[in-house]
Design a protein around this ligand. Structure first.
Ligand code: GLU
Length: 499
């Protein structure tokens, strides 16, 4: 059972995401996690979360928590991880130092790794020398052959050192499930540092040990790690460990095809949540960053993605991140929710993220549902709703009286117009205060009033602004119905006082 060679095929693949908690969960890491998750689920295997926190200066608990929160919110759930345990833990690298030490000692004892005492100045001089001789810069190998007594003596003296891996002088070949066969000449890489000391291993070393002991069968990760793969294979071979299968995902690019950055709208997953994107829309969107389904269908829920997913349809070339596309997905998902469900989501969202959360308590679900209903076609994400519909929840609208003026109307005419609207609306019964009725009654009035007949904006614009305080909003009929007769008339009163 200890040997992944014999156990891996019996239980399906084991894939993992191995984020370093040195920043918030980024959309790129979420995509890598999703592809690993889909792959594992599709083939009845396991998805493992490992926290790579070997850099104590940059790793923070807050980031680790953010990674859990983001993945959970997206519905990318792991089967083993630091928070839930599993048979191959611990799953946090900082808790595995004894394990790494054992393997580091093995490499040192077998003369496959060695202590290097070169100072930064020496390393820099070696580098410059190689460049001047037209050679690719790499470690010169100076400390490779230090006599054991010298090493012992230097260590006893506390001379600064690192542990280097003796890179074998050969070519490494590996098959990448996405990119095909890849060959790398290890001579070009040289003896890499694999640990600062026995208790402080570095990424390329610890990852090999962990992937082996956690019985990872498939390593699916970003293309930025492709240059690490030959190094990791060389370390595996030196320790006699089996080789997992590799797949390197295409980079995510901005619309200008440069590396994705904040400038292109790439943010931590929790920021997207704050902006009011639905997790289902983000999952659907990131699934298509580099992968495409067999048909040209675009909308997939998680279950459907699991069914459809295949590494065979992951492209080699970079995947462009297009915020407009994400907005489109989100608006699709918003529109396909039932109004009841959406109302629940919106209330939770506003309570968490709007500064008007307190005000919201006064409004019923019925009221909120009506607001959502008329704004739905105008929004891509829930934060748009806060901007567009704040006036429904605001008792004191702040707008300048100039906004009430339609075209060349005088203030006196605006005043008259608002009084006329109030009179018409006053005559509608409370129970008939519905948008269609309101519209019919106002239009009837316009028809018989010469001052409005030629330009109905002269009646409807001041009314709409009085109710919304905004330059653009839904029609006054829709707003009036939602506000109700009393609040509608009150807002007209307030507007009249402003003039
Ligand atoms: N800790 C590495 C990272 O966050 C993991 C890379 C890998 O998947 O091997 O990029």
């Amino acid at each position: 059972m200890d040997d992944p060679k014999t156990s891996q095929s019996l239980f399906g693949p084991r894939a993992r995401i191995a984020p370093s908690p040195t920043g918030y969960l980024h959309i790129g890491t979420a995509r890598t996690a999703l592809f690993n998750f889909l792959f594992a689920r599709k083939h009845g295997g396991q998805f493992i979360l490992r926290i790579e926190d070997t850099d104590p200066k940059r790793s923070k608990k807050e980031y680790e928590e953010n990674i859990y929160e983001g993945l959970k919110w997206l519905g990318i759930m792991w089967d083993e991880g630091p928070d839930i345990g599993g048979d191959y833990g611990p799953y946090r690298q900082s808790e595995r130092v004894d394990i790494y030490e054992k393997y580091l000692r093995q490499l040192l004892d077998e003369n496959k790794a060695y202590y290097c005492f070169c100072t930064p100045e020496e390393l820099e001089a070696q580098r410059r020398d190689m460049i001047s001789r037209g050679l690719p810069p790499k470690y010169s190998g100076k400390c490779r052959h230090l006599p054991p007594e010298t090493v012992k003596q230097y260590l006893a003296q506390g001379k600064h050192s690192v542990i280097r891996f003796k890179m074998p002088p050969k070519e490494v070949k590996f098959h990448d499930l996405i990119r095909g066969e890849i060959k790398v000449d290890l001579n070009l890489i040289g003896d890499i540092v694999i640990a600062r000391n026995l208790r402080e291993p570095l990424y390329n070393f610890s990852v090999v040990i962990d992937d082996y002991l956690m019985k990872i069968t498939h390593i699916i990760r970003g293309e930025d790690h492709i240059s690490n793969t030959p190094k990791q294979i060389a370390i595996q071979e030196a320790l006699g460990l089996p080789r997992p299968i590799y797949a390197h995902l295409p980079m995510i690019l901005g619309p200008d095809r440069s590396k994705l950055s904040k400038r292109h709208g790439a943010m931590p997953v929790t920021e997207y949540r704050k902006m009011g994107y639905l997790p289902e829309a983000i999952v659907n969107f990131i699934a298509l960053l580099g992968w495409h389904p067999a048909s040209d269908r675009e909308i997939f829920n998680m279950e459907e993605l699991i069914k459809e997913f295949s590494l065979k349809r992951v492209q080699k070339s970079g995947a462009v991140f297009n915020v407009n596309k994400l907005n489109w997905f989100n608006s699709q998902y918003l529109r396909h929710l039932s109004l009841d469900k959406l109302t629940k989501i919106v209330r939770e969202y506003l309570q968490k993220y709007s500064d008007k959360a307190e005000l919201l308590k006064e409004y019923s679900d019925e009221y909120l549902r009506k607001v959502i209903e008329i704004e739905l076609t105008r929004i891509n994400k829930l934060s748009d709703l806060i901007v567009l519909s704040d006036f429904f929840f605001e008792k004191n609208l702040r707008y300048s009286p100039d906004l009430l003026v339609w075209r060349d109307m005088t203030l006196a005419e605006v005043k008259q117009s608002l009084q006329d609207s109030a009179k018409v609306l006053q005559q509608i019964n409370q129970k008939d205060f519905l948008r269609s009725n309101i519209q019919v009654k106002l239009f009837e009035f316009i028809e018989k009033s010469p001052q409005y007949r030629g330009d109905k904006g002269r009646l409807l614009w001041p009314l709409r602004v009085a109710l919304s305080g905004k330059k653009a909003s839904p029609s006054p009929f829709e707003i009036a119905e939602i506000l109700g007769k009393k609040e509608t008339l009150r807002r007209i009163e307030v507007a009249l006082k402003k003039i």
